[in-house]
Design a protein around this ligand. Structure first.
Ligand code: NAD
Length: 338
């Protein structure tokens, strides 16, 4: 099978590329340049990707041309502006990338005859957050107070509308959130911030130590995407799907920082400077019963294993092991948990 991953130079996209390659698939990618020190760079993914292109998905013509020329069988659309704080700094870039970029991908796919299935990746933040502790279900209303959440809810609704208006390619929307794992270099994310500080012997600075978040390892989330694409290929799986971690993983940011510090060792610590911060949603949990019952998906890593695997990854790389080998080892170990 030939898979196209949009956003393959990013955190999830790089793991997904390696996961697909480990299953013997051909993978092509369409993204902007990788960030410095990214998993894409350090694991030398360019060597593993069949057709590795830098295309801005805001450019409809360039996106359509690239996807038609690549002629994949299955598309995973991950490319996005995925950061809440950056969405306040540049809402236009966020809406153009996440909404019009998704439209451009959907349109391109519909004119590429080779594509038989596509998974559009949105987020847990698509749900209208009514501060409930119970997990959100796929049928709950969508919303989004900050520009990022709103743009992803729009991409989600756009995809649902597109499928109804222009049926053809088997399509699913995957909603997951707040994943952790080795190799994330995005700013404003907890684990990269913590491990960057800890590895430099500096105290980490936390913005919301009391905020409770669900923590899921990137491999459990991506396994959901793969189970979903397999279902689409088998003639089921169309529609919207949550892939969230279990309730045991709803843990405060400060506690995750403590666990991470303990696992890292070397006297690692953190502090919370306090102050005024931009609005970020309170706990937003997903009810994944639909995927568990209908797709046979479930999380394999139980909290705090997700944190342990993440710290292990950074420790191994800090000790000089090859990034691609460390990542491949975790993919293999994850496969053995099945
Ligand atoms: N990481 C998380 O915790 C998380 C949580 C929920 C949802 N998501 C979603 O998962 C997907 C991947 O997130 P990530 O964490 O890997 O993000 P990332 O920032 O690491 O990667 C983003 C990718 O999108 C590409 N991209 C951005 N703008 C583009 C453009 N205009 N044209 C082409 N490519 C562009 C980047 O080059 C990169 O490859 C996103 O859709 C994001 O919204 C991530």
């Amino acid at each position: 099978m030939h898979y196209l991953v949009t956003g393959h130079t990013g955190f999830k996209g790089a793991w997904l590329t390696l996961l697909l390659r480990s299953r013997g698939h051909t993978v092509s990618g369409l993204s902007l340049d990788p960030l410095e020190g990214s998993l894409f760079e350090t694991a030398r993914l360019a060597e593993l990707v069949e057709d590795d292109r830098r295309v801005d998905i805001r450019d409809a013509t360039a996106t359509a041309t690239a996807i038609r020329e690549m002629a994949p069988d299955v598309v995973f659309h991950l490319a996005a502006q995925p950061l809440v704080r950056r969405s306040y700094a540049d809402p236009r870039e966020t809406f153009e990338t996440n909404v019009m970029g998704t439209l451009n991908v959907l349109e391109a796919v519909s004119t590429t005859p080779s594509v038989v299935a596509q998974v559009i990746v949105t987020t847990d933040k698509v749900y209208r957050n009514v501060d409930q502790r119970a997990g959100y279900r796929e049928s709950d209303p969508l919303g989004g107070d900050d520009p990022y959440s709103a743009s992803k809810a729009m991409a989600d609704i756009l995809t649902q509308s597109w499928v109804k208006s222009f049926p053809g390619v088997a399509t699913a929307v995957a909603r997951a959130g707040n994943v952790i794992g080795g190799g994330d270099v995005s700013p404003d994310r907890l684990m990269p911030d913590l491990l960057n500080s800890y590895s430099h012997g500096e105290p980490a600075s936390l913005r919301y130590p009391l905020a409770v978040r669900p923590w899921q390892h990137v491999l459990d989330c991506l396994n959901g995407y793969l189970v979903l694409s397999d279902a689409l290929l088998a003639g089921t799986g169309a529609g919207e799907w949550n892939f969230g971690p279990g309730e045991e993983s709803f843990v405060a940011v400060g506690e995750v920082a403590d666990i991470t510090a303990r696992l890292w060792g070397d006297g690692a610590t953190w502090s919370a400077p306090g102050g005024e911060y931009l609005h970020e949603a309170n706990l937003l949990a997903l009810d994944s019963a639909k995927a568990i019952e209908n797709l046979g998906w479930s999380n394999r890593l139980v909290f705090p294993q997700s944190v342990e695997w993440t710290v292990d990854w950074y420790r191994a790389v800090a000790d000089g092991l090859d990034t691609r080998a460390v990542t491949a080892d975790q993919i293999r170990a994850f496969g053995e948990l099945a």
